[in-house]
Design a protein around this ligand. Structure first.
Ligand code: IMP
Ligand code: MG
Length: 206
């Protein structure tokens, strides 16, 4: 584990699966059962790999990383600590008016973004599902005069893509399951879980 990465600083209270070597099913405070797909250690290793790919792409050039809120909070915080190039960080907010797990109309709020004119921009999102969010944000950001726009995601769901574009960097391909944790939510909860887990379909609306 590289010295820069400091998972041990994560408060113990946030770690319901701490000390479980190979967690399988975790029962949460509200009796929800979660099947662990990626442990915190696997996520950490994935982000170290992602940082190496970002470094290989940009070298020592200045970079602006834009996290797509709210799902990318953990990825943003963990990835930027592993990068050494001159870095600006900003956020953009999207919402899809989801009803449970269904996608709705995409809205984008770019008012919190730093100036990206003539900058190399890397968009960060938690998950690439149908691809509409990343496509919409890429189009919006391209209108603001950047030098280049690429994208990186923690997860990409297999067999769900409905758009022509793909993220430039994918940390993990996962099966077509609804996942929570490490920033990802179900009805705005469970983002604080330090692992990625899937919810059984019996726990989701029809
Ligand atoms: P897309 O526009 O269909 O690619 O969906 C992207 C957004 O939907 C992501 O940024 C997430 O916020 C959300 N999303 C998609 N799949 C999941 C999931 O399995 N769990 C939680 N959020 C998801
Ligand atoms: Mg999101």
């Amino acid at each position: 584990m590289p010295a820069l990465f400091l998972p041990k600083l994560t408060p113990v209270l946030y770690s319901p699966v701490k000390n479980q070597v190979q967690p399988q099913i975790v029962t949460l405070h509200d009796s929800t059962c979660v099947k662990v797909l990626l442990t915190r250690e696997q996520i950490e290793e994935g982000i170290v790999r992602l940082a190496e790919e970002v470094r290989a792409q940009y070298g020592k050039q200045p970079l602006t990383i834009i996290g797509i809120m709210t799902g990318s909070i953990m990825l943003l915080a963990d990835l930027i600590r592993l990068l050494e190039m001159p870095l600006r960080v900003g956020v953009i907010q999207t919402s899809s008016y989801r009803n449970g797990t269904e996608r709705g109309e995409l809205t984008i709020n770019a008012t919190l973004m730093p100036d990206i004119r003539e900058r190399d921009v890397l968009l960060l999102d938690d998950i690439f599902d149908t691809g509409h969010t990343l496509t919409g944000v890429t189009n919006k950001v391209n209108q603001l005069g950047p030098r280049s726009v690429r994208s990186a995601v923690l997860l990409s769901k297999t067999g769900r893509c409905e758009v022509d574009m793909r993220p430039d960097f994918v940390t993990f391909d996962i099966p077509d399951e609804f996942v929570i944790g490490y920033g990802l939510d179900y009805e705005d909860e469970y983002r604080n879980l330090p692992y990625i887990g899937s919810l059984d379909s019996s726990q989701l609306p029809e």
